[in-house]
Design a protein around this ligand. Structure first.
Ligand code: ATP
Length: 321
């Protein structure tokens, strides 16, 4: 088969990444541009390309290599329409679950008016250093580096910044020396204000996750957050329902004081993928306050976070973001 014939067999998303394709005596060598893909997506691109090329007539050997100029970092924004729905808790646990699954993931705590990641990840006493004009993220014992305003100001001191200053501060956290981090989860402040808009315009997240609670009001707010991302051209990767059903700390039984399934139905109605639900559980609050994310240990409430992390990784690998 000729190079043109082989190229024609590749679906458009793969063909668009072909840098070079050579055939000599039944040996096919393809070089693909993997810019923007994480390690898992790169592997699946290579595999798919190899499979298709191997089906060419007279093809005896296929070599596929990928190139990318630098470790590509994708930003996923975690947002919510209103405060207190568990956005920071979800961000910390998703990051820990993804890190345990082998992803190189970091967190930017963009909730600069009420940073909570240092407490959630138990590294409140750490301070980031600067290398040149860039901050170096603070390590945490959960394998997730993090940068938060909480690391830069004294604990408990209120920050009364105006929008542009807050936007600049956020820029320093994101545009830091993130090394080989491939995925940056950004814990946004609640709502749809200046900080969020700056973030969308300057840093073009690959996607967004929306957190909501089962109450109708929170869902209306979540809709507003969804609209903000969509208006900024950021695909919504999915909705997570937090505090869904109350787990009795005594008997373990789950009850649904706010009804159940509301967020999932709402997500479906809007064509947003539903990533899963996390129950309202005392154990989650206690573990979070103690700086031990439930996702760091097997079983228990960590499973719910792990399942959502898996779905998110899947969505990213599918190239939906
Ligand atoms: N599923 C859950 N079960 C029990 N408690 C939870 C759960 N999710 C979050 N919490 C608790 O609810 C409180 C608010 O959570 P969190 O700080 O993550 O929310 P947030 O949306 O980031 O809030 P803010 O907008 O203030 O930053 C925390 O005390 C947290 O431990």
């Amino acid at each position: 088969m000729t190079e043109e014939e082989l190229r024609a067999r590749l679906p458009a998303p793969i063909a668009a990444r072909v840098q070079s394709l050579k055939v000599a005596e039944g040996k096919v060598t393809a070089i693909l541009d993997a810019t923007g893909l994480d390690a898992a997506a790169r592997d699946s691109l290579e595999g798919a390309t190899r499979d298709i090329l191997a089906q060419g007539e007279d093809v005896r050997d296929v070599r596929v290599a990928t190139i990318a100029d630098r470790p590509q970092r994708r930003i996923v924004a975690i947002g919510s329409g209103k405060g207190g729905v568990g956005k920071s808790t979800l961000t910390a646990n998703l990051a820990v679950a993804l890190a345990r699954a082998g992803h190189k993931v970091g967190i930017v705590d963009a909730d600069i008016y009420g940073p909570s990641q240092p407490r959630l990840l138990d590294n409140e006493s750490e301070r980031p250093v600067a290398e040149g004009d860039k901050l170096v993220p603070v390590a945490s014992k959960w394998g997730v580096p993090v940068l938060s305003m909480g690391h830069l100001v004294d604990p408990g001191r209120a920050i009364a910044w105006r929008g542009p200053m807050a936007g600049r501060a956020l820029g320093q956290l994101i545009d830091a020396n993130w090394g080989d981090t491939e995925l940056l989860l950004v814990d946004l402040p609640p709502g749809t204000g200046d900080v969020q808009i700056t973030m969308l315009q300057r840093f073009k997240p690959a996607g967004a996750v929306i957190v909501s609670t089962p109450q109708d009001l929170a869902l209306i707010d979540a809709t507003r957050a969804t609209q903000m991302f969509e208006a900024g051209g950021v695909p919504v990767l999915g909705l997570v329902e937090n505090m869904a059903g109350y787990v009795c700390p005594h008997c373990g039984e789950t009850s649904d004081p706010f009804g159940s399934g509301g967020a999932e139905t709402e997500a479906e109605r809007k064509g947003i993928p539903f990533l899963g639900r996390i129950p309202l559980a005392l154990a989650i609050r206690e573990a979070s306050d103690a700086g031990t994310p439930p996702a760091a240990s097997e079983g228990g409430q960590g499973d719910a976070f792990r399942a959502i992390a898996e779905r998110l990784a899947q969505r990213l690998a599918e190239g939906t973001a």
